[in-house]
Design a protein around this ligand. Structure first.
Ligand code: SER
Length: 879
């Protein structure tokens, strides 16, 4: 039995094609329109809305090979990678799905046939074990009576901790979403003649490995504690390609299968390790696959969100490269090998090969540099540790600023016999995590506890005002019959013209009213399939079944539309100027401005910005009609519509045409003609993260107001400068030259002043035990000059301690210099510390020079006297 991985993938699809399944492509690793998921983590993700009954499908039976990533969130395999033989961050999931078509019996029969039939995978039946959800009697009976599995080999798995559905055999997509009981098929890597249920449960050395999970999607988990039945029951199955390949290639580790071995051999050529089984080799092999696929799906390394996961993965791989003695930049060189081993998605990867290589190379170069900087800091901190323990603050700083992995810090410290304050580091990390969670829109959901299973017809593409019926009202996280006060509440209607935030376009605002009441809508949000109108009642009462007019604020909507249509023009223009490699990476369309993030690595010049403005404004002047058509996805693709997601599993899509200049899939609202925009002005350009640029722009009257303000500012400047607007530049150049000239003069005068101060001070030098001691208090002097004088005094006096203090605005600064020949007896840092002890100020520095400052200026002369005596003691003691 030895089947190549690529053949297994193909056989799986052929089998299900023969069982009347439609083969669909994998969706992207970035889930489309699903804020509950960071990455696609299962084959069923792209069908979530179909499972939930929110979307119809033409195909009732589907099979896919889905690229998946499990690195964060619920299904997190990152920490296991390399340490177990079965876990990966990136893997391919073979899956067959039934949407209200076949159910338990057929799903189980198909899986069994594919795995055991001679024609297909031909796995000996005696090698397979089954688990079922304890309460799923039906599945148990099917396995026992139809498939004829020995009941000894069917394990019932119940709920943990007595919590309903809290079982390994009850699959959930995440904290919310489709879920249901599952039955799993396990492969026994041990001696099948020596098995009992207890050896299965114990599962020593991972002898029994789950290879196929068959989920009977029956519920929707709508919140932590609520689960509702679905109208249609469906099947979702998933088999990890790498695991089944290990079985069919007779190897116990996924890393020993053909496609991994090619990769591991390539990595070994860069390394000094002789051990072909080294954990680092496996980690690198896993991580390069993830990195390649993430970048192919348009994730770029950055410090936040998905980009941060990618960065962590790359850095972890590079760190492991170091561990096995790799000295050169190697990671990007593995890209071709990944692409050549992966027959699935080969063309997508091949087309982006160079981009992927260059992004990885850049990241690797950057990381080597930060590694160097980080090591320098670590070195310094290790030398200055107290109690031989590196502080949590330093570990966190290295991690947060330099991406320095904690295990690396730990390794280096261990080599130098330094302990690390891991607990302190963890506290800081938790704090940061909490902060980023709070800031993270990704996790935010307005009024989470409101769950509603209803629909609302959106009429806002054509109408601004509709007659609506109140279907539900919520206030203070509860459904209520009526509202009569001004508290923030949510009204659910049967029909609405209100657009709720989606695809970057913000929500409409407006009012719901009749002759008895008026409710101001401040925001709208999607709640499942319906729309919540969030706002406050300003008079009267509103109760369920009331009839109202719902009317959006037209001016607000118009302003949004100008920005939305301009976003499409901008996107098309960017691709025209910078090439078709430019992709939208994020978009925000508000009534005030638009923000557009896109992939582009080089810097953008002012001339290019002006060129963009010229093209967009020319299109505005052309006054092109903006047409919106509903097309099949195929037709839209034929017309070369920009699909910002290629996994929208929807047969009909909405396409916005600005002639053939811009054709984009979009659910938002737009102006009728480009001329409506009036005027387009870019107000800022910046870099969001490596390889991602941001443009912010304004339109219409807002853009004109912006220019008026600039004009007024220039007018004010000309008045201040007392010159004509046309001469502003000339006048400022003159002023700058004058300032420079004056500065040079001041420096010369200051220098002279310093010389005379030094002369005076030399007269006041006293002798303490053969050491020349000098102290002086200045008022309103320049700190920089004090530093220069201190250096000169040290040179002139040769064996000396100098203390210079400056008092300015009731604060003081101090600088202490000690010549190097004295620092074994007394040093500048000690003197500063003593001074600060008495003044409660702050300071620090080195042995030969230290500085500080504080507020307590009153007793400085006395303190200086004390310090002088103390220095005398110190010198005496040290003699
Ligand atoms: N969704 C299930 C899983 O991921 C079966 O595909 O295991």
């Amino acid at each position: 039995m030895h089947k190549k991985t690529n053949k297994i993938r193909q056989d799986f699809l052929t089998f299900f094609k023969e069982k009347n399944h439609v083969i669909l492509p994998s969706s992207s690793l970035i889930p489309y329109n699903d804020s509950t998921l960071l990455f696609t983590n299962a084959g069923m993700n792209q069908f979530k809305e179909i499972f939930l009954g929110q979307k119809n499908t033409h195909h009732l039976r589907v099979a896919t090979v889905q690229r998946c990533l499990r690195t964060g969130g619920k299904h997190n395999d990152l920490d296991n990678v390399g340490y177990t033989s079965k876990h990966h961050t990136f893997f391919e999931m073979l899956g067959n799905f039934s949407f209200g078509d076949y159910f338990k019996k057929e799903a189980i029969e198909y899986a069994w046939e594919l795995l055991t039939s001679e024609k297909w995978f031909n796995i000996p039946k005696k090698k397979l074990w089954i688990s079922v959800y304890e309460q799923d009697y039906e599945s148990y009976e099917i396995w026992k009576n139809i498939i004829h599995i020995n009941p000894e080999k069917i394990i019932k798995i119940g709920d943990k901790e007595g919590i309903k559905y809290n079982s390994d055999n009850f699959w959930k997509m995440g904290d919310t979403g489709p879920c249901g009981p599952s039955t799993e098929i396990f492969y026994d890597y041990g001696n099948e003649n020596e098995n009992t249920q207890s050896s299965f449960i114990e599962n020593k050395n991972n002898r029994f490995v789950e290879i196929w999970n068959i989920v009977f999607i029956s519920f929707n988990r709508i919140s932590k504690n609520k689960i509702i039945s679905l109208p249609k029951i469906s099947v979702d199955t998933g088999m990890g390609l790498e695991r089944i390949a290990a079985v069919l290639q007779n190897v116990s580790s996924n890393y020993d299968i053909d496609i991994f071995q090619v990769l591991i051999k390539h990595i070994s050529t860069f390394s000094t390790t002789k051990c072909s089984n080294h954990i680092s080799l496996k980690i690198i092999a896993d991580h390069i696959r993830s990195a390649v696929y993430m970048i192919a799906d348009d994730v770029l390394p950055s410090n936040e969100h998905r980009g941060y996961v990618l960065r962590r993965i790359i850095r972890r791989a590079l760190r492991h490269g170091q561990k096995i003695g790799i000295k050169e930049h190697f990671f990007y060189k593995l890209v071709s090998t990944v692409i050549n081993t992966m027959h699935a998605d080969f063309h997508i990867l091949q087309n982006k090969k160079e981009t992927i290589q260059s992004i990885l190379k850049k990241e690797e170069t950057q990381f080597s540099a930060t590694l160097k900087k980080g090591l320098k800091i670590l070195d310094y901190e290790i030398k200055n540790t107290k109690n031989d323990t590196l502080s949590g603050k330093t570990i966190f700083y290295l991690y947060d600023t330099f991406g320095f992995p904690v295990d690396l810090t730990n390794d280096i410290c261990r080599e130098k016999n330094i302990k690390i304050d891991y607990q302190g580091y963890k506290i800081l990390k938790e704090k940061q995590k909490k902060r980023s969670f709070e800031n993270n829109q990704f996790c935010k959901n307005y009024n989470n506890d409101i769950v509603i299973n209803d629909t609302c017809l959106f009429k806002g593409y054509k109408e601004h005002k509709t007659k609506s019926l109140v279907k539900n009202i919520a206030a203070k996280n509860k459904f209520v019959q009526e509202i009569s006060n001004n508290d923030l509440s949510i009204i659910f209607l049967n029909i609405t013209p209100f657009y709720s935030e989606s695809g970057g376009q913000i929500s409409d605002i407006g009012k719901l009213y009749n002759k008895n009441a008026c409710f101001i809508v401040e925001n709208t949000k999607k709640y499942g399939n319906t729309i919540g109108h969030i706002g406050r009642l300003i008079f009267g009462k509103i109760k369920i079944y009331d009839r109202l007019y719902s009317q959006i604020d037209r001016e607000h909507r118009n302003d949004i539309q100008l920005n939305h249509s301009s976003t499409h023009l901008l996107h098309a223009t960017l691709r025209e100027i910078f090439g078709s490699n430019v992709y939208q990476k994020g978009s925000l369309v508000t009534n005030k401005y638009l923000r557009f993030d896109f992939s582009y690595s080089n810097s953008i010049t002012i001339a290019q910005i002006q060129n963009i403005e010229n093209i967009v404004n020319a299109k505005i002047r052309d006054n092109i009609p903006i047409e919106i058509k509903e097309l099949s996805l195929e037709e839209a693709k034929k017309k070369k519509a920009m699909c910002l997601f290629d996994n929208a599993y929807s047969s009909i899509v909405r396409v916005v045409f600005i002639k053939d200049f811009s054709i984009e899939l979009c659910g938002g609202t737009h102006t009728k003609r480009t001329g409506d925009i009036g005027f387009f002005k870019i107000i800022s350009r910046s870099s969001v993260s490596s390889g991602i640029k941001r443009i912010e722009a304004i339109t219409g009257q807002t853009a004109i107001n912006f220019l008026h303000k600039k004009e007024n500012d220039i007018h004010d400047i000309s008045t201040l400068l007392n010159c004509d607007i046309d001469y502003i530049k000339e006048k400022i150049t003159k002023l700058i030259n004058t300032t420079k000239h004056l500065e040079t003069k001041i420096t010369t005068l200051q220098h002279q002043e310093n010389i005379s101060q030094i002369k005076n001070m030399m007269k006041r030098v006293i002798d303490i035990k053969g050491v020349k001691f000098l102290s002086k208090i200045f008022y309103n002097y320049e700190h920089k000059s004090m530093r220069i004088m201190l250096d000169q005094l040290k040179k002139l006096l040769k064996v000396t301690i100098v203390i210079l203090i400056n008092i300015i605005n009731h604060r003081f600064t101090i600088i202490v210099g000690v010549t190097k020949n004295l620092i074994n007896d007394i040093n500048a840092k000690k003197i500063i510390d003593k001074f600060m002890e008495k003044t409660l100020g702050k300071g620090g520095g080195k042995k030969d020079i230290a500085e500080g400052g504080g507020k307590n200026t009153k007793k400085i002369p006395e303190i200086l006297n004390d310090i002088e005596i103390w220095i005398g003691d110190q010198l005496k003691n040290s003699c």
